[in-house]
Design a protein around this ligand. Structure first.
Ligand SMILES: CC(C)(COP(=O)(O)OP(=O)(O)OC[C@H]1O[C@@H](n2cnc3c(N)ncnc32)[C@H](O)[C@@H]1O)[C@@H](O)C(=O)NCCC(=O)NCCS
Ligand SMILES: Nc1ncnc2c1ncn2[C@@H]1O[C@H](COP(=O)(O)OP(=O)(O)OP(=O)(O)O)[C@@H](O)[C@H]1O
Length: 254
């Protein structure tokens, strides 16, 4: 069940034909995961490498009434000021990991883990289970909607795709990833490259996608809350597709 949204040189969006039967949806093994909070809810996993445009794309879905749980936000919540997980991290790495305001020193932790594989492995081992649990909780509490998004940069790396019905990848070239992340975060190119290297490769990610949004087209309007002209129609087409798929799911008796 793969849908590829591509932009023809004319700027027109094409959606590869893809018919989905009720049976195909109800027999989808992804729906059998016992951890899923609500197996009747259609969940689209939105992923992509650092700086690919997940938040930008999620904003467009949100304008269509589609709510989301965002792993990057959850990752901040689980280490909030005074949390047991923050204390554990400070215990492990030292008091320099706390800012004077007693919050996590994120730039320092970022520098640490992307320069030291053992440090990253330890952090991932304590953070990822906590993030997963909290995401499941938040998914269960999302408001009613025809379908919902689970935004997770590491959706495929952490096998969170078992929680979703459909994997949507926001795709950009590594060159664009680097330049957009650099201008957004003001970090070093070496650090962004280390983060990109730690994530699944672009070809592997694309191979695991059900749907792909191409966000390579450069927009000058984006920082004012605008969206690249090429994103809007791709999101619109996928929205229609997901409404259709979700409707099939609602019809299943499980
Ligand atoms: C290292 C931390 C403190 C840096 O914080 P910072 O505010 O600078 O970045 P932010 O959290 O916004 O992450 C930015 C991007 O970095 C990438 N990234 C973050 N953590 C990881 C990781 N462990 N492995 C690979 N990529 C990562 C993702 O693409 C993410 O979108 C933070 O990223 C973190 O706590 N990471 C561990 C938790 C995690 O894996 N988060 C990713 C979502 S599951
Ligand atoms: N088509 C585009 N043209 C120009 N800039 C863009 C485009 N799409 C996104 N951006 C910008 O690139 C940066 C990264 O986009 P965004 O924050 O949506 O990515 P992300 O995948 O959510 O990032 P991260 O994984 O790091 O959280 C942002 O500054 C955003 O405004």
């Amino acid at each position: 069940m793969r849908t590829l949204v591509t932009l023809a040189s004319s700027g027109a969006v094409t959606l590869a034909p893809d018919t989905v039967s009720q049976d195909q949806v109800s027999q989808d093994p992804l729906l059998q995961d016992p951890e899923l909070p609500d197996r009747k809810r259609f969940i689209v996993g939105l992923t992509g490498g650092i700086g690919s445009g997940k938040s930008t794309v999620a904003r467009l879905f949100n304008q269509l009434g589609i709510p989301a749980v965002d792993a990057d936000i959850v990752a901040r919540e689980v280490v909030a000021k005074g949390s047991p997980l923050l204390a554990k991290i400070v215990d492990h790495f030292g008091p320099q990991l706390l800012t004077p305001q007693q919050t996590l020193n994120r730039p320092l932790l970022r520098q640490l883990i992307f320069n030291d594989p053992a440090a990253k492995q330890w952090l991932d081992s304590v953070m990822h289970p906590a993030i997963r649990t909290e995401m499941l909780q938040q998914l269960a509490n999302l408001p009613p909607a025809p379908y919902v998004l689970l935004i997770a940069p590491l959706l495929l790396e952490n096998k969170l795709d078992t929680l979703v019905n459909r994997v949507l990848v926001v795709d950009i070239s590594e060159r664009n990833q680097l330049s957009r992340t650099l201008s957004r975060d003001g970090v070093s190119a070496q650090q962004v490259q280390a983060i990109i290297a730690s994530q699944i490769s672009r070809p592997e990610r694309l191979a695991l996608a059900d749907d792909i949004i191409d966000n390579n087209s450069e927009s000058t309007d984006i920082t004012n809350g605008g969206a690249a002209a090429t994103l809007q129609p791709q999101v619109q087409q996928l929205h229609q597709r997901y409404l259709d798929l979700a409707k099939h799911l609602d019809l299943t008796k499980r």
